[in-house]
Design a binder for this molecule. Structure first.
Ligand code: BGC
Length: 354
């Protein structure tokens, strides 16, 4: 079997990569000047394709492609791979992408503390890497000048979640079910060690306190961003604390929806539900805000992140200018979050975010 065929069958056997353009697998031309580049190849690997937020971010990224092709006259080939929660799998996906002639690779790390293998391989081949959503530590990002990060400011989402919860507590007496002047809360946490999980919880709680809301933590459950796991954890907390729970702070919408599932399964009347807050503004999350099941969410700008990532990838692949991309420290692009409550949810659902 020829080398190309061998590679192809390895690719298919894994069954976890998807080619998003109908482009011909010719590899990419070398970029000497920007005008000469007629086709580029971008590799993308995600930690888990079933993560709701990540899958929607990738949808946005692919939706932006044809505009970028029209605007630049460049054919853009994309391969998206699912690392299925294995850093070893992700490392070999990046290795394949480097061998297959990708001009730039976008990596949603499985383990944000283990970027070394990827960085070393990419540096050897001189191919830039854009890490996204799962943030590596600054020291790692600074190890080579062709490493970038696209994401958001984790603390900002926690602050906004806390602000909305504080406003609800102060404007609606009925949420303080036992009328003791204290907001009794539970937390549904994302993956241990994920920058967004730790920071969102800390800032949501400290913001409530800064707004003079007295709080009491009744419990927490780590549910790894996952709706089903969150339902299980919430069911346990309901068994333990029942009607004492007045607020659920979930690190993302999927886990907030897991709490909703638990309340429904326990047949708790809607007027007795605690206030439930998410983060992300995924399609399902926004719909739950519209239906009043979630009191609010914080928009994690997947469209902005996808667009920034594509523009950065394009410039890096074509040897273009980075000056128009507003890179912080020459390496970071961080999109702002925004609060979403019932009165503005439709704007977000219609794609007209303010
Ligand atoms: C999102 C989560 C997602 C996680 C994956 C976070 O920024 O809010 O919904 O599961 O990233 O890394």
């Amino acid at each position: 079997m020829g080398e190309m065929m061998k590679k192809k069958s390895r690719w298919w056997r894994k069954g976890i990569c998807l080619c998003l353009t109908a482009g011909i697998l010719t590899g990419c031309q070398d970029a000497d000047t920007k005008e000469n580049v007629k086709s580029i190849r971008i590799g993308v690997t995600v930690y888990d394709q079933y993560d709701t937020f990540i899958s929607q971010l990738i949808e946005c990224f692919s939706a932006d492609l044809s505009n970028k092709e029209k605007e630049t006259g460049t054919v853009i080939h994309i391969e998206v791979c699912n690392a299925a929660d294995s850093q070893t799998t992700q490392n070999s996906q990046v290795e394949d992408m480097l061998e297959n002639g990708c001009d730039v690779i976008c990596v949603n790390l499985v383990d944000r503390t283990e970027p070394t293998t990827i960085i070393d391989m990419a540096e050897k081949k001189n191919i830039p890497i854009i890490f996204f959503n799962r943030e590596l530590v600054e020291e790692d990002l600074k190890r080579w000048d062709q490493l970038y990060y696209v994401g958001a400011k984790a603390f900002e989402s926690g602050v906004m979640q806390g602000e909305v919860a504080a406003e609800i507590f102060q404007s609606d007496e009925s949420v303080d079910k036992n009328q003791d002047g204290v907001f009794q809360y539970v937390v549904l946490e994302g993956e241990a060690g994920h920058q967004d999980a730790i920071v969102r919880t800390e800032y949501a709680v400290s913001t409530l306190m800064e707004h003079q809301v007295k709080v009491e933590k009744l419990g927490y459950g780590i549910a790894n961003w996952n709706r089903a796991q969150a339902q299980t954890k919430m069911t346990q907390m309901l068994d333990q604390h029942g009607a004492e729970i007045e607020l659920v702070l979930a690190n993302n919408d999927d886990m907030a929806l897991g709490a909703v599932d638990a309340l429904k399964a326990a047949q708790i009347a809607r007027e007795d539900w605690p206030v439930i807050m998410g983060i992300d503004g995924t399609d399902v999350g926004l719909e739950a805000v519209k239906q009043g099941e979630l009191a609010g969410t914080v928009y994690n700008d997947k469209e902005g992140q996808a667009f920034a990532m594509l523009n950065l990838a394009y410039e890096l692949a074509t040897g273009g200018e980075l000056s128009g991309l507003e890179l912080e420290d020459g390496k970071y692009i961080r999109l702002p979050y925004a609060k979403v409550e019932q009165e503005d949810v439709e704007q977000y659902q219609n794609g007209e975010k303010p």
